[in-house]
Design a protein around this ligand. Sequence first.
Ligand SMILES: [Zn+2]
Ligand SMILES: [Zn+2]
Length: 362
Amino acid sequence: MKSIAWGAKSALSRLERMEIERPDPRDHELVIEVLYTGVCHSDIHQVKNEWKNTVYPCVPGHEIVGRVKSAGAKTSRFREGDMVGVGCMIDSCRSCEPCKAGDQNYCEGPNSWLATYNGPMTPAAETGDGENAYGAQYDNTFGGYSDTVIVPEDFVLALPEGLDPKAAAPILCAGVTTWSPLKHWGVDKGDHVAVLGFGGLGHMAVKLAKGLGCTVTVLTSTPDKLEEAKRLGADNAVIETDKTALAEYEAAFDFILSTVPEKHEVGPLLDLLKRDGQFVVVGNLDVIDGVDNMTLASKRAGVSGSLIGNLKETQDVLDFCAANGIAPEVELIPIEQINDAFVKVENGEVRYRYVIDMQSLA
Ligand SMILES: [Zn+2]
Ligand SMILES: [Zn+2]
């Protein structure tokens, strides 16, 4: 099946319009017309091969909102015309312990979960039987910078009524990436949460934690964002290196969520945790510098990582946003502006998430 997409042909090339071949839909899959796709920092890392595993051409996009165009014979949840979402993964092994427990995002199968783009790790051509670990014949997946995606029905999320489709797109990665740790560590009404970094992930974390009834303090390196953070719901906002201001927050936080998209020193911030507090890093997958176990042990605190969220959590956060009137701050762009948008995301200039209007692909 031919599909129109925007992708990169190499680590050094800009994104450009291209025609890609998608495998024919299988019985348990939905063909989805893509309407809106959010621009995630991961898209840029992947396009530029910053994780050293990119297969080209690379068509990114894993915050996808669309409409079901056709449903395979063995599907039952969705019908033609339904509004749906697709996030970071489109399949997993389905048989390992995490998959059986519903944690597909921690799949321990031979290929782990299948990324919406730039998957699978072992292409069909190299497995010996012509099929990849998900029983399909393709060597690479192409994401939502495209007019169409084809996804197994059980990895598709229902878009609840009451959510603006274009604003919903970033919930599928930025939203669930911040929601999952909040829920996993039992953050709840009355807790004091600090959000480190106030970009795509950070501004969603603030809205979700406020929605849960928490007190929220933003720690940012950008003076311009102090007022904006409060405008978007934070109770307090502080420059993260302002020692005088931070002294007020010593042992104040039940939970600190780091959404900074690069390697970041955490040491001084651990003093801000309460007893049994958690410092969770979702913004980057690099070495965590500055963890002093004397600080942690003296308050039984933890430093943890967390990777996106499972399917149930993704549906939950969509439903939670719809029920509580929560939506990301988005700026709609035509696909022609994607290369400029990448630069602005890298420079931290986006407020707060670009969403591509796929009508512009026609
Ligand atoms: Zn993402
Ligand atoms: Zn699995």
